[in-house]
Design a protein around this ligand. Sequence first.
Ligand code: GDP
Ligand code: IMO
Ligand code: MG
Length: 433
Amino acid sequence: MSLQNLGHTCVVGLQWGDEGKGKIVDVLLENFDVVVRYGGGANAGHTVLIGSDKFALHQLPTGVLRPNVHAVIACGAVIDPATLIGEVDNLRARGVGVDRLAVSDRAQLVMPWHRREDVLAEQAAGAEARLGTTARGIGPCYSDKVSRRWGLRVCELFDADRFRSRVAQVVAHKNAYFGALYDFRETFNADTIADEYLAFAERLNPFVADTTTLLADAMADGKRVLYEGAQGSLLDIDHGTYPFVTSSSTGVGGVASGAGVPPTSIRSVIGVLKAYSTRVGAGPFPTELHDALGDQIREAGGEYGTTTGRPRRCGWFDAVAASYTVRTSGPTRLAVLHLDTLSGFDEVKICVGYQWRDQMMNTLPAATYRLDDVTPVFETHAGWHEDVSSCRSLNALPKSARAYLSRLSELLKTPIGIVGVGPARDQTIFVEG
Ligand code: GDP
Ligand code: IMO
Ligand code: MG
């Protein structure tokens, strides 16, 4: 895969998140000038390993770790100022200068009532209906954005008197609403919250910009832009396993609206997949392994959430679900990560259909709840036992690992451009052609 001719590129997860987007963005950024987070918020957790230094970024794009790259958080993302400032301070304490960062003045602010409602709503839902959110206030913040009545945007932080009166208005509503609906005994204090956020405004001020204009100018100047998808396409609000999804457009469809750029400007899409499947939080997962094999994948792959530390649910590769997200995001190349994690299995499986009652399903149904009753239909392939973590070309991989990759590519009708054989930057195979 030639990295020179990619054009403006989107890196997007094709499963339920945590596919390794952070690593791929980090590796590709050598060839780009600007990196953009276009959706989601501090629910994301993108890990980058630079030498022996591990960084986990939530609110910031991973590009802030690259000294020559401009990092942008665009208007489709939601901004939790405390998290953002905390990450900037942490990085600076570790010697990473965060100077080339722009935060959209149009992005919505995550407010204390969003984080609180995320928790209250999950508690009220009861065990069966819980979504297993990251408790970062994402759903309530996007709900307020779409409702148009209670959302606050970054630009509003810079008109202090107006901001105070808007906060007072929203707080009166939230106190009444939460008190009526939830077990909510405390109340929000408008002055305390406004003071806190106006202090954040001073810290955010150097970063706040009209990122739509900034991106248009950068592209006109010939700068190369990389869009860093957050979450995965199966968590997309429209195309994912609703309602067990996040609240944003996580797929490539989210780039144009989330970043405010023309869809036609995107030339390449790198669809990131693990060589197996994981999911964190609630929701259907047809190929989930509830046995020792699932534990083996979890331990070998270090499958614990970057944001919440929760053990990730693990299972075989689901080509039915991935084919669906390939259709919605149209990757030009696949990046298949964690091939090393599958070393040590006698057999590896790929799900190619779902048996539901007397029907065979070969795509994701809209009625997500039916996925609880499907039996996955597997193809079984020979596994491999060799350690592949130092392989740097496809030819160096065991024959059965190569056959497995070819089959994934064939099922998803997309060439593989990158294979991951470990978390480090150099544990990456770039496939020729
Ligand atoms: P993201 O949310 O998509 O950026 O992914 P996360 O960072 O949440 O989770 C991916 C994890 O896998 C991180 O710990 C990465 O360091 C790690 N990782 C990425 N690629 C590989 C790979 O090819 N092999 C192994 N073993 N780990 C990888
Ligand atoms: P990255 O960018 C994996 C999941 C949560 C939950 C559902 C809704 O690291 O791939 P939310 O807090 O967004 O309302 O939670 O979505 N989820 C993720 N799972 N990776 C992520 O991000 C996720 N962001 C949200 O676990 O099931
Ligand atoms: Mg993650």
